[in-house]
Design a protein around this ligand. Sequence first.
Ligand code: SF4
Ligand code: SF4
Length: 100
Amino acid sequence: MRYLSNTVSLRFDAGGCTGCGSCLEVCPHNVFARQGQRVALAARDNCMECGACALNCPTGAIQVKAGVGCAYAIIRGILTGSEPSCDCSPPAGPTASPCC
Ligand code: SF4
Ligand code: SF4
């Protein structure tokens, strides 16, 4: 899934990365990739601004303004007991709508 180019608020300080790998684990869209002992931005425009990477980065090397699309996905996941998903595909049902 790709969104608009160069509109994402994601900021990554490569010099502050220790290579712990937390962002690799939590990012649902594979925005980061392993690069030697650290990570690098691999697909910045794939970011949906969920904020999980910044929340889990122990060094503050990542900054992002979490967006409403992910909030919808998280709330829907809680209500349905499913994994949060923000792939923008409309869920089933007459009142359902895509998150963004
Ligand atoms: S904000 Fe979410 S989608 Fe964007 S890079 Fe971080 S974990 Fe991945
Ligand atoms: S969570 Fe932070 S320190 Fe860990 S690999 Fe990702 S950017 Fe580097």
